[in-house]
Design a protein around this ligand. Structure first.
Ligand code: FCB
Length: 444
């Protein structure tokens, strides 16, 4: 596989996790504003009402990115700032993102824009949300508007962030907004999100825009806890659920039949929401693949579990989220994607870890995070030595922020945020990443 040597180093954020300013300049509520008001859903009753107040402090935050030395910034647009109701465009909301692009330009930081990062406008949810096929049309209208208004200045677009989370975790496991626990709802949501992705890619091509466009998935390499037949069944089921349900249709193979049969057996769905022709739309070619990689998944068989598997045990060190630290398993994941699906460029669009950081004498000594990041960068370097073409790395995340159901209880930032004062303090990991970028302008 041929690749040029330039490498993208970035940081990633998402609108609801950092912006705050939830009712300014015509923004309307999203499903997250609603979810945060439901008792018991969010750790400590937290919400994104203020978050990092990035809406007002974006200049300071972009200056921090410049100091860090990244050449790209991945952020998301809040759909609920851009459309205040079905078909009602809000120019005041778009202005904020134009300001962000202008500020990034000053420092020569390339924007990478995610159109959808979990935050469906509540008006769309009230009309049935992602369970409603029409939601794909509303999304496409929103995407076209963003392409039209910002397209000349955006080299990299991401249609969706982690549709597995935005469908199964949101509609079946109930741990993200809107918080449902119904498998058929989740299957519909996943399908309509994938469909909307394909529609937006088609729009992008039709409009002849200059940038590149792709999607971000969060697959995991899946391992069986033991070498037994039953644990291999568990691995196959988890792989179908987490990985193949998204990779297969996106790369032209259609939905995998084995896991479809398991889904149908569990919830009795008729799959009538999948229409003839949808798979062609979903598999419209993309320019790159984004991957969010944090950890692997180890499973074991349990027949009483919905999808025949449950988390298995490992002795590996864990982050504050309880996720295993296992950078080398990224090699397996990339090799598998290259073998089974595609050779388009891959970007690691998120990677990072939560730790219990605390300020000591005005500094944050998070050597574990620095180590986590540097080990992943070294793994990427090894992957590229095998010629497997990873084009960029975005650290999650610039600064501590609202970590969805975990509220402000989990800190992932390179920069510490004191939520009382909104003071930003770069952690040791910030300087470690900065040093790595300086020493390694090209990664291979
Ligand atoms: C990912 C999300 C991101 C962040 C990290 C920790 O699943 O895309 O917004 O919460 O996890």
């Amino acid at each position: 596989m041929k690749r040029d040597k330039s490498f993208v180093y970035g940081v990633a954020t998402a609108a609801y996790q950092i912006e705050g300013a939830i009712s300014e300049d015509g923004r309307v509520p999203s499903v997250w504003d609603t979810y945060c008001t439901m008792p018991g859903r969010i750790y400590n009753g937290d919400s994104g009402d203020i978050a990092c107040d990035h809406y007002h402090r974006y200049k300071e935050d972009i200056a921090l990115m410049a100091e860090l030395g990244v050449n790209s910034y991945r952020f998301s647009i809040a759909w609920s700032r851009i459309y205040s109701a079905k078909g009602v465009y809000n120019e005041n909301g778009m202005r904020f993102y134009r300001d962000i692009l202008a500020e990034l330009k000053k420092y020569n930081i390339a924007p990478s824009v995610t159109l959808y990062h979990f935050d469906l406008p509540q008006w769309a949810q009230d009309l049935g949300g992602w369970e409603n096929r029409e939601c794909a049309e509303w999304y496409n209208e929103y995407a076209r508007k963003c392409f039209d208004e910002l397209g000349a200045d955006v080299p990299m677009w991401i249609t969706h962030n982690e549709p597995w989370c935005a469908s199964f975790l949101s509609y079946m496991e109930g741990t993200l907004a809107p918080g449902y626990t119904n498998m058929e709802k989740a299957l519909k949501a996943a399908h309509h999100q994938l469909l909307s992705h394909g529609m937006a890619i088609k729009s992008f091509r039709e409009m002849g825009l200059p940038g590149q466009i792709g999607i971000t998935l969060n697959p995991a390499p899946i391992y069986a806890e033991s070498g037994s037949f039953r644990d291999d069944i568990a691995r196959t089921a988890q792989d179908g659920y987490r990985n193949r349900w998204f990779f297969d249709p996106l790369f032209g193979k259609g939905y995998p039949r084995d896991i479809a049969m398991l889904f149908a057996a569990r919830c009795g769905t008729s799959f009538d929401f999948i229409q003839v022709g949808d798979s062609d739309v979903i598999s419209t070619p993309i320019d790159f693949l984004g991957l969010n990689f944090y950890s692997h998944t180890v499973v074991r068989y349990r027949s009483s579990c919905y999808l025949l598997n449950e988390d298995g045990h490992t002795d590996l060190p864990k982050t504050d989220m309880g996720w295993d630290i296992c950078p080398e398993t990224l090699v397996d994941l990339i090799q598998r994607i290259r073998l089974d699906y595609t050779d388009i460029p891959i970007y690691i669009t998120e990677n990072g870890c939560a730790l219990k950081d605390c300020v000591e004498d005005g500094a944050i000594h998070d050597s574990e995070r620095a180590d986590y990041i540097l080990r992943h960068l070294e793994t990427i370097r090894n992957i590229n030595r095998k010629g497997l073409n990873i084009k960029g790395y975005y650290c999650w995340t610039l600064m501590d922020n609202f970590e969805w159901a975990c509220g402000y209880g989990k800190r992932f930032g390179l920069v510490y945020v004191d939520y009382e004062t909104q003071q930003r303090i770069p952690k040791d990991s910030f300087y470690a990443y900065k040093g790595y970028i300086e020493k390694n302008p090209d990664i291979c």
